[in-house]
Ligand binder design. Structure first.
Ligand code: NAD
Ligand code: UGA
Length: 438
């Protein structure tokens, strides 16, 4: 497994748990050091114990040198980052191409080189080309095996996925049969569990990943716009999404309005598919609109908070609960909290923040004068307003009695709709949420 980040580490651990021997190569010395000491450098529920068990059983090992990790491998998975390329929104393929070159330099026997990173269509063939140029005599196949796990649910998603998609070179002389054999062995435990496993050509597998993420992103932008409409015309987004979700063609999941989607994937993957489609001469206008609507939403959310605070937040104390892009992760990438808090600080607010896991990772990304606390009570004490940005479970049973005791003014702005508006208002709390009557 090349790359020991969120995807590499989780996938490696799950393959090891299913009994395979997995060598993880990681070039970031800080991450590698932590891993080599038997610790886990990211927060993902359930990962720590599972990884430690497999390290103990000698099925999971960590390396900095690829030449030590790959000699005996039947499959080499590339799980490195593909962030947006500066300036144009295409996925930056630097790390993937570097990994391909390193594999080409050091691989001595047949293996399947599998792309797990989310990559533009054509990448697997480009990897094959890089390897062929560097090492013309090497026997190998390429495959595309995009990852669909969600952070916060990653172990469950990986051990029990909805589907496994494997792209192979169906146009090769053997129709990709050798690669299919190796990949079938890798996923044998899931075959036995009757997980749907779909073998496609390389291009379809690469596109299926972007297609899925972008569909979900569109669903979210749609529901967020509907929530805004509800606020103007008097509907309740909760009832509307319930009504929609009862239709199995729509489905009840992924209909929760919020401050705008974040994370390391939807923002970058929407941009990447937009660019791929534009260059292919078949623009995906619905995705363009969904991405623009989300960017505007994240940028404007602070305006909504300022307005609810009376239009002027200079010297007002605002408590923020939740900083990460979603609960159960320490990941801050593209979190809605970033643009929101930057603007609130620019407008003169005093920010008291609490995230159960994310305080440390948030600090370098937020203004220096943000104050961090380790409990709801500390953050809420003497605040003029309290804003919920991430729906961590421990925020869900906040007691109005305590809020009245702690806060200077009991104004709650709930951007994740985790409280019942009637309960809050009956208790005398000034309460705002998204797309629901106050
Ligand atoms: P990440 O940044 O957490 O991890 C990538 C790791 O690869 C880093 O630790 C980096 O140091 C390492 N690396 C880079 N080049 C290397 C090399 N040549 N050799 C060894 N290590 C190298 O990224 P991530 O969140 O795990 O995402 C990886 C890919 O998976 C991306 O393409 C992403 O879109 C995709 N993906 C991510 C998720 C998710 O939830 N994070 C889910 C599905 C797919
Ligand atoms: C997402 C996809 O769900 C995964 O299938 C995919 O593998 C992954 O991207 C990826 O390619 O990296 P992830 O970003 O971890 O997973 O988290 P999600 O649960 O999808 O949430 C993404 C964003 O949407 C978060 O900011 C979340 O708060 C927001 N969201 C999600 C909502 O606002 N409402 C919802 O109903 C669901």
């Amino acid at each position: 497994m090349i790359g020991g980040g969120y995807v590499g580490l989780v996938s490696a651990t799950c393959f090891a748990e299913f009994g395979l021997h997995v060598n993880v190569v990681e070039t970031n010395p800080v991450r590698l050091n932590v891993l080599k000491q038997g610790e886990i450098p990211i927060y993902e529920p359930g990962l720590d114990i599972l990884a430690k068990n497999n390290i103990k059983a000698n099925r999971l090992q960590f390396f900095d040198k690829i030449e030590e990790a790959i000699p005996e491998c039947e499959a080499i998975f590339i799980a490195v980052g593909t962030p947006p390329r500066n300036g144009d929104g295409h996925a930056d393929m630097t790390y993937v191409h570097q990994a391909a070159l390193q594999i080409a330099t050091h691989l001595k026997q047949y293996a399947v080189i599998v792309t797990k990173s989310t990559v533009p269509v054509g990448t697997s063939r480009r990897i094959a080309q890089i390897i062929r140029q560097k090492n013309p005599d090497l026997e190998f196949d390429v495959a595309s095996n995009p990852e669909f796990l969600r952070e916060g649910d990653a172990i469950k998603d990986c051990m029990n996925p909805d589907r496994v998609i494997i792209g192979i070179e169906k146009d090769k002389a053997d129709h990709g049969k050798r690669a299919q054999g190796v990949m079938t062995r890798m996923y044998q435990p899931l075959f036995q569990r009757e997980t749907p496993i779909l073998f496609t050509n390389l291009e379809s597998a690469e596109l299926a990943k972007y297609a899925s993420n972008c569909f979900l992103a569109m669903k979210l932008s749609y529901v967020n716009e509907l929530a805004d409409l509800c606020e103007q015309v008097g509907g309740n987004i909760e009832d509307i999404t319930k009504a929609m979700g009862l239709d199995p063609r729509i489905g009840k999941y992924f209909l929760q309005p919020g401050p705008g989607f974040g994370g390391s994937c939807f923002p970058k993957d929407t941009l990447a598919l937009i660019r791929i489609a534009q260059e292919a001469g078949t623009p995906t206008r619905m995705i363009e609109t969904a991405a623009q609507a989300n960017d505007a939403r994240k940028a404007n959310m602070s305006g909504r908070i300022i307005q609810l605070c009376g239009g002027n937040i200079n010297n007002k104390t605002i408590a923020i609960l939740g900083l990460t892009f979603k609960p159960n992760t320490d990941d801050m990438r593209e979190s809605a909290s970033l643009p929101i808090i930057h603007r609130l600080v620019d407008e003169g607010a005093i920010i008291k923040a609490f995230d159960p896991i994310g305080n440390e990772k948030a600090q370098p990304l937020l203004p220096n004068n943000v104050q961090y606390y380790n409990s709801i009570e500390e953050a809420a004490t003497d605040a003029d307003a309290l804003v919920i940005l991430t729906e961590w479970n421990e925020f869900r049973s906040l007691s109005p009695i305590n809020l009245k005791k702690w806060m200077k003014k009991t104004l709650i702005i709930d951007l994740r709709n985790i409280y019942d508006p009637r309960v809050m208002t009956n208790e005398g709390i000034e309460y705002y949420s998204i797309g629901r009557p106050q």
